[in-house]
Ligand binder design. Structure first.
Ligand code: HEC
Length: 151
């Protein structure tokens, strides 16, 4: 039973290079990213904007797969987000991402085991499926995402 589910997930994964790191549908995720772009861009190291326009309220989401939480240089994160990265050593993968975007502050409280933890992202993406799809989309914009995951 478990094996059958796993196979189905792999077959459904959209872009070949992201299939190791994403189970969602990148195409569906692209329109969900509209909800993020008021605050976020996906901008590569050459300064090319791959998604969004110029949202600066939140950090650049390029290359997020495998990245330590709260580690975009020059971005002022909440104390809780910085602690989740620096003290707990948490990294972004599908699981952490999907948990976080559904309830940023609630998720940080849980991870830090601290009821007073607070994140600065004032947005909740209420659907787990949408969260997995937008993850697949963001990861699909990073040609190195699949390689990192299989290292
Ligand atoms: C109203 C503005 C706003 C919106 C809308 C928003 N975010 Fe954020 N986001 C933020 C801010 C601010 C932070 C920094 C949080 C902190 O420091 O606690 C953040 C942080 C993040 C992080 C952590 C990145 C890192 O560098 O560690 C992820 C992942 C993320 N957002 C994903 C999303 C996704 C996906 C969406 C759309 C569904 C979204 N955000 C919508 C403002 C926003």
């Amino acid at each position: 039973m478990f094996k059958a589910t796993l196979t189905a997930t792999v077959l459904l994964a959209a872009p070949a290079f992201a299939q190791d790191v994403a189970s969602g549908d990148a195409e569906a995720g692209e329109s969900i990213f509209n909800q993020c772009q008021a605050c976020h861009v996906v901008e590569n190291d050459d300064g090319e904007v791959l998604a969004g326009r110029n949202g600066q309220v939140g950090p650049n989401l390029y290359g997020i797969s495998g990245r330590t939480l709260g580690s975009v240089e020059g971005f002022r994160y909440s104390k809780s987000m910085a602690a989740a990265g620096e003290d707990e050593g948490l990294e972004w993968n599908e699981e952490t991402f999907v948990g976080y975007v559904q309830d940023p502050t609630g998720w940080l409280k849980e991870q830090l085991d601290n009821n007073r933890a607070r994140g600065n992202m004032a947005y909740k993406l209420r659907s787990e499926e949408d969260a997995a799809n937008v993850w697949a989309y963001i990861v699909s914009l990073d040609p190195e995402a699949g390689e990192e995951a299989s290292e």
